[in-house]
Design a protein around this ligand. Structure first.
Ligand code: MSP
Length: 535
């Protein structure tokens, strides 16, 4: 059986469906920003995109959180979901579908899927004993526990003993098929380190896992045993499929998988790798559904080198960060500073430094001073004919290959590499301007004709940089484009492939020679650290 499907003519992508036990944290923002950037990059190329995000609302963790807050579970979920929606709004996240696992249409999909596995005789009744981490919603091996009681991820939460009759999924049956999947689709799990982790785990032999719970009422009842509910992870992973239902379509698996399925890319953090790279593909195999194309695993964020946690009092609030510094700054920092796929750190000092250096100084100032000179020497409109002919510049040389280089980086989710390549052009632009010193050339009659080409070359570099950065910094790129006399709005994603398609705007020489330029106004305000609060 081949798992490879031709799905290059459209692009479907997911973030994890976030737990609603608490307001969104910076980890959720991180994955969602990355997914938004990849979606924007594909839309610019004219590729139809479906970007799915959403919330994972069932299970013991949510049930207990709601109880502790004296809310009904549904009421609690509604409150937290509103916060997720607000965060995506302030961060400029342009998703296409937001799936909530409490949606009744999702329940219909889960039940149909469950039935398919049942019909395959892949579900059976067994006794589940073991240590359960409610925060992970996952059984843990005793040998992995810290001090025999604590989950290695939630080191302040004791695991709980479970001994109950559950329904099990025959994961072990899919061992060979999974190994064949990893061999025939070598890019299925990325980066390599995560792929190796999965291969190592699977090679130890897969065990069946329980997919129902006895004492959890906040969940989807089992079709054949309504006193039990479906295990939250089994339920949540299927949320990706439910999200694909068109609004008017009947909630059936056939309808859900008709157009956008299978997914091109699932973006996840490293703690939920096994669910996505082992359990989910096996469930899909059992249901007779094709495999996703790629699961990309990012690392964990720390704060000032420390693990983040409520008890440590060092969690980064993504609302606070965005309100103080703006969405572009937040989006840029996380993607530029941290190699996607590796762990990374947030330090406010470094954040302010990087964003100011790259966006306010290198890019913003370059545009501002060049634009001021253009206005001073030529008025609002650039002359259409250059008397001096083309200045062959290192900028043009780099600019001609940059679009391809950056596209390849976005394709590989090497966001940091994309930013570095773009910033290389910007820094070269500053160096070029300083070396050429057009303000001196303008003073001499015989050198004055060179000025136009120099300014044009620098402005074109800024345009190209802003265009290639636009998936990451859409607001900044829009302002740069507008000052350069274009009426492109990178916020309008439904039109971007028409108003500024990648095939042309990622190339060198798009700024028209007789362009009417906008007023030079600083495009990016320098960030300032908060004053230390008074004692
Ligand atoms: N509900 C499940 C996912 C179900 S998908 C069908 C879940 N939710 S979560 O809200 O706890 O986590 C969502 C994502 O946030 C995970 O990918 C996780 O790796 C990520 N992060 C949680 N803390 C993080 C950091 N400190 N840093 C980076 N990402 C982190 O798991």
């Amino acid at each position: 059986m081949s798992f490879v499907t031709n799905i290059c003519d459209r692009f479907s992508i997911t973030t994890p469906l976030y737990y609603v036990n608490d307001v969104p944290h910076v980890g959720s923002a991180y994955t969602t920003i990355a997914a938004d950037v990849v979606s924007r990059f594909h839309r610019m190329q004219g590729i139809p995109v479906l970007f799915v995000t959403g919330t994972d609302e069932h299970g013991q963790k949510i049930q207990r959180t709601a109880e502790s807050l004296k809310r009904s579970p549904q009421e609690h979920c509604d409150v937290v979901v509103a916060e997720f929606e607000r965060l995506w709004q302030v961060l400029g996240i342009q998703f296409d579908r937001f799936i909530r696992t409490t949606n009744p249409r999702h329940e219909a999909i889960v039940k149909e899927f469950f039935q398919r596995l049942w019909d395959q005789e892949d579900i059976y009744v067994g006794q589940q004993t073991g240590w359960y981490c409610v925060s992970c919603e996952e059984f843990k091996e005793e040998r992995d526990l810290i001090d025999k009681r604590y989950c290695p991820i939630h080191t302040n939460k004791a695991v709980e003993w479970r001994d109950e009759q559950n329904y099990f999924f025959r994961l072990s049956k899919y061992q060979a098929q999974l190994e064949q999947l990893y061999a025939s689709q070598p890019d299925f799990i990325q980066p390599e380190i995560r792929r190796n982790e999965v291969l190592g785990f699977v090679s130890q032999g897969l065990k069946d896992f329980s997919i129902s719970r006895v004492n959890v009422s906040w969940g989807i009842p089992l079709p054949m045993a309504p006193e039990q509910t479906i295990y939250v992870w089994f339920d949540a992973l299927l949320g990706y499929i439910s999200a694909l239902l068109e609004p008017e379509a009947l909630p059936t698996l056939e309808n859900a998988t008709a157009h956008w399925y299978p997914f091109n890319l699932h973006l996840i953090g490293k703690d939920i790798l096994r669910f996505h790279a082992i359990s989910f593909p096996a469930m899909l195999m059992s249901a007779g559904l094709p495999m996703p194309q790629r699961v990309f695993v990012h690392g964990y964020l720390t704060k000032d080198g420390q693990k983040m946690g409520k008890s440590l009092g060092n969690v980064i609030d993504p609302f606070d960060l965005t309100e103080r510094f703006g969405a572009d700054a937040v989006r840029y920092y996380f993607l530029k500073e941290i190699e996607f796929g590796r762990d990374g750190d947030f330090s406010e000092q470094r954040f302010i430094h990087i964003v100011n250096a790259d966006l306010a100084n290198d890019l913003g100032n370059l545009l501002n001073r060049t634009l001021k000179m253009a206005h001073k020497y030529f008025g609002d409109t650039l002359p259409s004919v250059s008397a001096a002919g083309q200045v062959t510049s290192p900028l043009q040389e780099l600019g001609q290959s940059l679009g391809e280089q950056v596209a390849s980086a976005y394709q590989r989710l090497a966001f940091s590499e994309a930013c570095e390549a773009i910033l290389t052009l910007v820094r070269l632009g500053n160096k070029f301007l300083d070396e050429q010193a057009p303000w001196k050339l303008y003073k001499q009659e015989e050198t004055r004709p060179q000025v136009l080409d120099i300014l044009y070359t620098v402005l074109e570099s800024v345009r190209l940089a802003a265009y290639l950065l636009s998936p990451i910094t859409p607001q900044l790129s829009t302002v740069v484009y507008q000052q350069l006399g274009f009426s492109v709005n990178f916020g309008d994603q439904s039109l971007i492939h028409v108003s500024a398609p990648y095939s042309t705007h990622s190339c060198w020489g798009i700024l028209p020679k007789n362009q009417t330029l906008g007023e030079p106004v600083p495009v990016f305000q320098r960030l300032e650290a908060l004053e230390p609060s008074a004692p």
